[in-house]
Design a protein around this ligand. Sequence first.
Ligand code: MN
Ligand code: MN
Length: 299
Amino acid sequence: MAIMSPKEEIMSRARGAFLGLAIGDALGAPAEFMTRGEIASKYGVLRDMVGGGWLRLKPGQVTDDTEMSLCIARAIASVGGWSLPAVADNFATWLRSKPIDVGDTCRRGIRNYMLKGALETPPNEWDGGNGAAMRNLPVSLFTLGSEEMLETCTLQQAHVTHNHPLSDAASIYLGRLLHLALDGRSLNQMRREVEELIVRFPNFVFDPYKGLATGYVVDTMQTVFHCFFKARNFELCVIDAVNQGGDADTTGAIAGALAGAYFGEEHIPARWIKKLDKRLVLELRELAEQLVRLSPAFN
Ligand code: MN
Ligand code: MN
């Protein structure tokens, strides 16, 4: 990276990214698997953390998107660096705790680790879900300043459960976008990064937006790009993402992380932060700072 933003600014963006992820998750989870029309008739526009949904959540409650991200973040923070076994152990502990929601591909991969110690699942055409991308934010924070580390750590954590070229590409490019946002780069620079992804993998083209917001990583990323690049602020970005329905908590989480990194913690509405568990907010802020402090950008 050529010019590094002041460290305090990067910290605010890092905290914003991790809080944004949890906020998008908690806001979208009640609408998960609903259609755009069902959300509109039930809520008008979903803009507050109402709870409920198919998981019968409490208002402000987060799901696997935030919890799996925490598994990775805590592993890095406790080791003081990268350890794939520590990440996988945290996934296993999390799965044993009977989480409220687990994707099928994630469950299969983690079980495979628990039973056979396998840290990598073989390539599988059915692994094109968004489960690896949704939890990659901590890797982006920890590898700030090194594209090479980003790629290595991303692929390692992703392949514990998902081994698919489109999942890999989405996870890596999401990491690169987060790096640009954390460093205070322009929307144009971020847009150019997405254009590069689209040249390599045309599936990700998002303009015109097809309106699919499923758990397929291509649909998820199209939705995130569509909402992020037209949003004027954090709030509009996340509201737009979750109101597309489908995998609303996951599109919300990824869009929230990206928008939080781009706009910074100060631009996240206080009414949403207040709805999250207070200990969770403290931990997300603390971990975001710890991971960035461990990154090449700070060392
Ligand atoms: Mn979820
Ligand atoms: Mn989801």
